[in-house]
Design a binder for this molecule. Structure first.
Ligand code: FAD
Length: 412
């Protein structure tokens, strides 16, 4: 039972979580002309949890036309936000290269290039000599390189700040240092969100709570397999030949990616044996478990990449970033309103694309809610695909982990 004195705010739409995804969603709603949007974030500011750990790469080359277009929309948005006079996402459109050593991978690059062409994204297959001019790498064994000139990088915390700034200018309100503790659901759907500072009445609640998306969905009575999987990268001290205008790179056969960060190197990768969490083992009120730096895994990235860039071997590290991005058993985002709980909407399960995908996810969410004929792609991302089919936690978790472990498996 609510007590009128405990009312904190009234709003039409409450977005739970001020990470890249919640902010991308709030921005898309405001751009679509929706008023009455309120972002509730339990940290004292936005972008402080998984988003703050992001490597900042934004890659548009993906295996399906829909995914390419989603990332293209994010790039358009970063360009747009970069025009702001005061708060910018620090977007650098330096391009990207993706390397192939084997004939199978060269074929994959060709397939990816044709998907990009269909989506309207400019890419080009380069020979290694041309690519060596783009990056100070030893590309002796490389057979082909896919160059995407409009890829780039941003600073994730700046992306969050830029979204917040533009959102406020369009009338979105923010409640920080405010934790959601409950969701009130009546017969006709969501009626209010309870927080540790009082309740907020609303008709729509959007769960963008990152590693806590599972817990927030459970507040509305939904069980969703949104699985946090550990991910990490490191930065090095300045190394000869590096500067911030170099393109981002991806080397799928070495399962590593990276970019220059200042004059140093940022190197991340995908592990063949991932570490995931069963979200039922930690509480909504608690942080996701702390991650100890895994020096064996980081040394593995180092060792792999040293074949192309020997200076990385043993280079002093200046930062290790790590967090729990969420994965789903089928590798798809979870976007849209639940058919079971009217007004309860998901925006999560980002499979480690939550920052680069943020604007595209926001646009899809708006399409799913307000377009009378949402497209097949966004319909395929509905949370109902999990709530209306049988699944169990052991399988869901191992499948989500597998999505992580095979992130760079040949596409197509
Ligand atoms: C090492 C690393 C490198 C990465 N590199 C990249 C990259 O290069 N490009 C890319 O696109 N992605 C990258 N990612 C993935 C990316 O960081 C995530 O996909 C993205 O940050 C997820 O954003 P989010 O908003 O869903 O989650 P978060 O940023 O975690 O935001 C969720 C928010 O919800 C809030 N919250 C939770 N519970 C409550 C509650 N009860 N009440 C109120 N608020 C609540 C949290 O405080 C948090 O701020 C990387 C991730 C890691 C760990």
């Amino acid at each position: 039972m609510r007590n009128a004195r405990d009312m904190l705010a009234e709003s039409e739409i409450v977005v739970i979580g001020g990470g890249a995804v919640g902010l991308g969603v709030a921005y898309a709603l405001a751009r679509a002309g929706k008023s009455g949007v309120l972002v509730v974030e339990r940290e004292p500011g936005v972008g402080r949890v998984t988003t703050s750990q992001g490597a900042g790469l934004c890659g548009q080359v993906r295996a399906s036309v829909e995914r390419v277009r989603l990332a293209m929309h994010s790039v358009e948005t970063f360009r747009e936000l970069q025009q702001d006079a005061e708060v910018r996402p620090d977007w650098h459109e330096v391009g990207s290269i993706r390397l192939a050593f084997s004939l199978e991978r060269v074929e994959e690059l060709r397939r990816l290039a044709s998907v990009c062409a269909e989506a309207g994204l400019e890419v080009e297959l380069l020979d290694p000599a041309e690519a060596e001019r783009l990056w100070p790498l030893d590309l002796g064994e490389v057979r082909a390189v896919l160059w995407c000139p409009s890829d780039g990088f941003m600073t994730p915390t700046s992306v969050a700040a830029a979204y917040e700034h533009r959102c406020r200018a369009m009338g979105v309100r923010f409640l920080t240092s405010t934790a959601v503790t409950g969701i009130e659901v009546r017969e006709d759907g969501v009626a209010a969100v309870r927080t540790d500072r009082g309740y907020v009445t609303c008709g729509t609640v959007i769960d963008a709570a990152g590693a806590h998306a599972f817990h927030v969905a459970r507040l509305a009575g939904l069980e969703l397999p949104i699985v946090p999987v550990r991910h990490e990268y490191f930065d090095t001290e300045p190394l000869a030949g590096l500067h911030p205008d170099l393109p981002c790179f991806r080397v799928p056969e070495m399962t590593v990616y990276g970019r220059a960060v200042g004059q140093g190197l940022r190197l991340g990768g995908w592990e063949s044996t991932a570490e995931s969490l069963d979200p039922r083992t930690f509480q909504l009120e608690a942080q996701a478990p702390a991650i100890a730096t895994d020096s064996v895994v980081l040394a593995g990235f180092d060792e792999q990449f040293a074949a192309l860039f020997p200076a990385v071997r043993g280079a002093p590290r200046t930062r290790v970033a790590k967090g729990w991005p969420t994965f789903t058993p089928d590798g798809g985002f979870v976007i849209g309103e639940s058919r079971r709980v009217g007004g309860f909407v998901m925006a999560g399960g980002c499979n480690a694309h939550g920052i680069s995908g943020s604007a595209g996810i926001g646009r899809l969410l708006v399409e799913s809610l307000y377009d009378p004929h949402p497209g097949a792609y966004v319909r395929s991302l509905t949370p109902d695909r999990f709530t209306e089919s049988a699944w169990d936690w052991d399988d869901a978790r191992s499948q989500a982990q597998r999505v992580y472990e095979t992130y760079y498996a040949p596409a197509g």
